[in-house]
Structures are given as C-alpha cells and as structure tokens.
Design a binder for this molecule. Structure first.
Ligand code: ADP
Length: 381
C-alpha cells in the first residue's frame, strides 16, 4: 500500500471504558494535527464501528465513495453529532475541553463478530480502501488481542494502548484509568468510613479488577482500609474467612471501632460461590461475630459492590499525563518506517512500544507482594 502525506491514522476505544481515554484521544489528534500534519480518523464504538462501516461499504458499488464523502463533509463535531457516522475526521474543536472527562467521546463497545477472521478481513479491506496508514486501539486485554490479530493478518501498522482500570496487563506497570479508579476508590472508602465509624460497623467493599487484585491493593494502601483480599492470595475457604474475622475481632478487642475491608471481584471461594464476594464474606463474618459467647455480638457487617462507579469520573492528572506519553510514543512508532507493531507500555517509568505477546514484567508480581506486605504492616492493630 502506498502512503501519501494525507494518509490518515485511525484511532478507536474498545472494551470497557477507562478514565484517560478522552485525554488519550485529545493527545493523538493534537499531535497528529500540530506536530505531524497527519489527519486522524476517530472510529465510533470500537471494533463495532469498523465492522459497521465495512458492511456499509460492501453494500453497493458507490458505497465507498459515499462513505468518503461523509467523512470529508462532516468533520469533527458535525460527524460526532450524527450517531450513524462510524468514521469521523477529527479536528481541534472535536477534542477541545475533553481532557479530564470520563468515558470516551468516540464511544466504546464490545463486538463479538470481531472474533471471526472473515469479519476482521472485511475490516482490513476497508482500512486499506480508505488509505489508512495505521490503526491505534486503546482498550484492555481483549481489545489488545483483537489488535494483535489485525497486526498478524494485515500489512497495516497496528498500535495498542493499555486502557483498563483492572491493571491486569502485566507487561506494563500501569494502564490508563488505574490512577483515576484508585482515586475514586479512596473517595468511596472515605465516605464509607463515616458510617462505619458512626455505627461501629465492618464495611465489606467489592472492587473491580477481574482476575487482578491490583486495583484493590492500591486503593487499600492509598485509603488506609484495614484489610484487602485479592485473587493472588488464593481462594477463600471457610477456615480462611474465620481467620480474617478473628483478625478483625482481635483489633476490636484492642480498641478499634470499625473496619473497612476491600475484596477484589476476582477472589474465588472454596467451595465455589455464585454470589458476589462481598456478600459471601459478609455472611461468614456476621455468623462469626454472632457465635455463642462472642465479645461483639452486635457488630454489624455491611456489604457493598462498588461496580461501575469505579470506571467513571474526571481523570486524574496522573492519567492525563500517561495518556499524553502513550500518545506520543504511539505516534513515534506509527511514523518510524522500521517501527514495530505492538503496545505502548510503561516500564521502569519509561514509555516504550513492546511487541504484541510481550512477556510479563517479573517486577509486577514482586511489586504486588511488596505492596501487600506494606499494607499489612501499616494497617495492623
Ligand atoms: P477489554 O478490551 O476491556 O478487555 P473485552 O475483553 O470485552 O474488553 O474485549 C473487547 C473487544 O475486543 C471484544 O468485544 C472483541 O471485539 C475484541 N476481542 C476480544 N477478544 C478477542 C479475540 N480473541 N479475538 C478477536 N477480537 C477480540
């Protein structure tokens, strides 16, 4: 495929939204227009938008011409207003004032069809017909797997950008959105502490993070929550839960009046449980505190599943800065003729592009263990 200076770069957000996606879009567009003089196409609704546009183009002989006309006519906010337009040429105004805003102005989505090779082929053909020089995909594990497949199946330059509050991508120290989600959790814990303290209660708060406990452990360290339970600590048996309840009761005996317990959503139980972990733990704690002859039979345990609250909100300066750094590195890789397809990553506090399938940073696991130990020693009563 021959590239001209006008060959655009396409960008999309995919999978679960993460704070910082908008700051990232702004940085990609502004660097494209100001530093590189290369147009940027925003793809609406992640891979779903690409699939929709590919089908539109396949519908009749003039459809590609009509799509190109639409892109050229409805630039920026004009294109964004029309929910039917899947590909929008972004301008300065379209990314103005969005830096800290949660969510993504392009929309994000899940697209099951994208798992099919023949559908990805349609998408590759579309991008080639539009003369797109590179596709930048921001999203989590699943979205980056989709990006890797596109890279393997085409000659396009494909760059992934980790954006997920789960921080479950082990090749990077941080993903976009994590810092903001930790901030939100600290805010939430601060609110729950007021009630916990007033009513002398134990609050069990369930955090997101899929199979990773990183979000919970970072939030515990930053908020001073008394206890954090992560999937990395292994499945919770009845005996383990009793041990945790004993720990809380012991702290109460030594004068502690309340406790905040964070449990990551990925924590497993033995035997397996269908309910949310926060409810399972509440029942286990409550029955322990109310056992025959217990010292605090009136101690109440209240569960709360924090859910999507953690994904929204104004992104922190930390996320906005990381978004700008990821965008700059993505552009460098796109424009380097010898650059590789891969994913932007923060490693040893430096942003670089690592190949798809890059092994985990061994330091990540060590760092998690060290954080758990530190939290334990800081919250021990
Ligand atoms: P996240 O990116 O937040 O982890 P998902 O796992 O739901 O979210 O993935 C988002 C989208 O990425 C999916 O809906 C699908 O379009 C695409 N995707 C995920 N896994 C694959 C895969 N194995 N092959 C192709 N596309 C995938």
């Amino acid at each position: 495929m021959s590239l001209s200076p006008e060959s655009p770069v396409a960008v999309l957000c995919s999978g679960g939204d993460a704070p910082g996606m908008n700051a990232f879009l702004r940085a990609i567009v502004r660097l494209g227009l100001n530093r590189h003089q290369i147009p940027v196409y925003g793809i609406r609704d992640g891979y779903r938008g690409l699939v929709r546009a590919a089908r539109q183009v396949n519908s009749d002989a003039d459809a590609l011409y009509r799509l190109k006309q639409e892109i050229e006519r409805n630039i920026g906010n004009r294109g964004l207003i029309d929910a039917q337009q899947s590909i929008i040429q972004m301008d300065h105004a379209s990314v103005s004032g969005i830096m800290g805003k949660g969510g993504t102005i392009l929309g994000s989505a899940r697209c099951l069809d994208f798992h099919k090779p023949e559908v990805r082929r349609e998408v590759i053909t579309l991008l080639e017909k539009l003369g797109v020089r590179a596709l930048i995909v921001s999203g989590g594990d699943g979205s980056l797997t989709g990006a890797r497949l596109l890279a393997e199946e085409s000659d396009l330059r494909i760059i992934g950008v980790p954006a997920t509050i789960d921080n479950d991508l082990q090749f990077t120290e941080m993903s976009l959105g994590v810092d903001t989600a930790v901030h939100t959790l600290v805010w939430a814990v601060d609110h729950f502490i007021d009630t916990a303290r007033s009513h002398r209660r134990v609050m069990v708060l369930e955090t997101m993070g899929r199979e990773s406990g990183d979000l919970a452990r970072m939030a515990a360290l930053a908020s001073g929550a008394e206890m954090v339970i992560t999937p990395e600590g292994g499945a919770l048996s009845e005996a383990k839960m009793r041990g945790l309840a004993e720990q809380i009761e012991g702290a109460m005996t030594r004068g502690r009046g309340h406790a905040i317990v964070l449990i990551a959503e990925g924590v497993k139980f033995e035997p397996e449980q269908k309910r949310n972990g926060a409810y399972v733990l509440r029942d286990a704690f409550q029955s322990y505190f109310q056992r025959e002859g217990a010292p605090f039979p009136d101690l109440e345990v209240r569960p709360s599943v924090l859910g999507h609250l953690q994904r929204g909100g104004h992104s922190t300066p930390g996320d906005c800065i990381l978004a700008a750094r990821f965008a700059e590195e993505a552009w460098k890789s796109v424009l380097n003729p010898n650059g590789i397809n891969g994913i932007t990553a923060l490693r040893y506090n430096k942003v670089e592009v690592v190949p798809f399938g890059c092994p985990d940073l061994p330091e990540r696991a060590i760092h998690s263990c060290a954080m758990d130990l530190l939290h334990n020693d800081l919250s021990n009563w």
